[in-house]
Design a protein around this ligand. Structure first.
Ligand code: ADP
Length: 505
């Protein structure tokens, strides 16, 4: 029997709205891809859960299908790169492999009150100093604490020594390796509010504060390095898993943002503006997050870490999904582009996209979504357009915050993600920012970043810069004739935001 030399890298991009597998060839081009939308469970207002078993089932399915479509066997795959929605976390029993509860998704606000209490008790500064994060329900720490409480109350016979905790990368890695490896990477760990940013390891003081037993936590490993091999029974041969990134960090890597001053904005469920700060752990004066960009395994156990500053906006594409699935104002996300273009403006309507509270730069867990300025002449299309415009306004707020933090103003915005396909939104974004917006030809930068990382770590590719250079620019949106109006209306939108803040207090 002859074994063919590995010619491909498999990227698993496990996002908030769906799970995707993409197979890349040695030129960095896509050979095949498969996607499955993920069910969103809303058990109560402000709560959002995912079924971890569905995530693992769909991951397996898209992986099989992507390989099958291209008629490629596991032995032809050099490595797997894994990138996931961040902060979403779960507990499972290592003896049964069964989750103890659904995963609590990053957008979930059920632990807002606990966070507020901790802020009142004066813990915000300590959390910020240790983790680089703003004390908020967004991160995993209070979600894991909630899950543990739930288990203690509802399944009191559970032997906690058998319980493992993890974010989605950890859960899927554990399953991919047949229960052999319980690990995560620095970029995902830096989003849990339990990792000490300077040390790159779990912070014992914070584990105590949130009541999380250290033995439940995964080992933190470099984002690019050996995590383990897939169980041979899964795909017929073992494949090494050699990169794990949080989704936003993977996109940053794909865009080639490896030096201070380079940044990107991903338009997915939320919008995430991330700026590389190099080997420096920069602290923001404007409520942006300090986080790990990625880490690399060096010789003799050395770890080489890059950091980033981030502005996280929770609900952007999620508002489009709500227009489709919640209030059923549209049938599909892409149709919002044509609907918005049918009109000159929003007829005075402003939308506040605070469906899960507001992230950067407000950090208001109790803000809620709102349409303001409605009069009798307002039609469906105006409301759809107002939702699209609100996405661009949010990004402008964060670009302004980044500009205040940095020495040099942002001169160009590189974008990617599902909602960046919307030409109306991208043009409006360029108009309201007054700078060009650059969209690559291949917008799944997240998946691409995980593939690049895994292929480089295993020596399948050698030159990062060359790899990044293979990505082509798709379209550049220059600020146009709508710029003055868009920038003027931004002020009105900010007024609307003020009305929606502190709503549930
Ligand atoms: P995630 O990784 O967070 O799951 P994706 O990058 O896959 O997100 O993008 C999916 C999001 O993009 C969904 O929230 C969807 O509503 C939005 N979206 C997809 N296509 C469009 C479009 N043409 N216009 C506006 N929004 C879109």
């Amino acid at each position: 029997m002859t074994t063919k030399k590995p010619q491909y890298v498999l990227s698993l991009d496990l996002g908030t709205t769906g799970n995707r597998a993409i197979l890349f060839n040695s030129e960095g081009n896509v050979v095949s891809q498969e996607y499955k939308e993920l069910t969103q469970h809303y058990p109560q207002p402000g709560w959002l859960e995912h079924d971890p078993e569905q995530i693992w089932r769909d991951t397996r399915l898209v992986m099989y299908e992507a390989l099958g479509d291209a008629d490629i066997s596991a032995s032809q795959v050099a490595a797997i790169g894994l990138t996931v929605q961040r902060e979403t976390c779960l507990l499972w029993d290592k003896t049964t492999g069964k989750p103890l509860h659904n995963a609590i998704v990053w957008q979930d606000r059920r632990t807002s009150a606990v966070c507020r209490e901790l802020i009142e008790q004066g813990y915000a500064q300590k959390v910020q100093e240790h983790t680089g994060l703003v004390l908020d329900a967004y991160f995993s720490a209070t979600k894991l604490a909630w899950l543990l409480d739930w288990v203690r109350q509802n399944q009191p016979d559970t032997n906690l020594d058998n319980v493992l905790a993890g974010t989605i990368d950890t859960w899927v890695l554990w399953n991919l390796t047949g229960g052999q490896v319980h690990a995560t990477d620095h970029s995902n760990a830096s989003r849990t509010m339990l990792m000490n940013l300077a040390k790159g390891d779990w912070d014992t003081e914070l584990l105590d504060l949130f009541g999380i037993p250290a033995q439940m936590m995964p080992q933190i490993k470099p984002s690019m390095g050996m995590f383990g091999n897939t169980d041979p029974d899964l795909l017929g041969a073992s494949i090494p898993i050699t990169a794990i990134f949080g989704d936003q960090q993977a996109a940053l890597f794909a865009h080639g943002c490896d030096r201070p001053g380079l940044l990107k904005c991903t338009y997915g469920t939320g919008c995430f503006l991330v700026a590389q700060t190099g080997k420096e752990m920069t602290r923001s004066q404007n409520r942006l997050l300090s986080t790990v960009a990625w880490s690399k395994a060096g010789p003799e156990g050395a770890i080489d870490t890059n950091y980033a500053l981030e502005g996280a906006m929770f609900t952007t594409g999620a508002c489009i999904q709500w227009l489709r699935d919640g209030i059923k104002l549209i049938n599909s996300a892409p149709e919002t582009d044509a609907l918005a273009r049918q009109l000159e403006d929003t007829n005075g309507v402003y939308f506040v996209p605070a469906l899960s509270g507001l992230g950067a730069p407000h950090w208001d867990m109790s803000a809620r979504g709102a349409f303001l300025g409605i009069t009798g002449g307002v039609q469906r299309e105006h409301m759809v357009r107002a939702v699209l415009e609100s996405i661009a306004y949010q990004v402008k707020e964060v670009v302004d915050a980044m500009n205040k933090d940095g020495d040099t103003a942002i001169a160009r915005l590189k974008v990617d993600g599902g909602a960046s396909q919307n030409d109306f939104l991208m043009q409006f974004q360029a108009d309201v920012l007054g700078i060009p917006v650059e969209r690559p030809a291949f917008i799944d930068a997240t998946a691409q970043g995980a593939a690049f990382g895994a292929g480089l770590a295993v020596g399948f590719w050698e030159d990062y810069d060359q790899l990044v250079a293979t990505s082509k620019v798709g379209k550049v949106f220059e600020p146009g004739e709508g710029a003055a109006t868009a920038q003027g209306n931004f002020v009105m939108w900010q007024k609307a935001v003020e009305r929606a803040k502190q709503w549930t207090d």
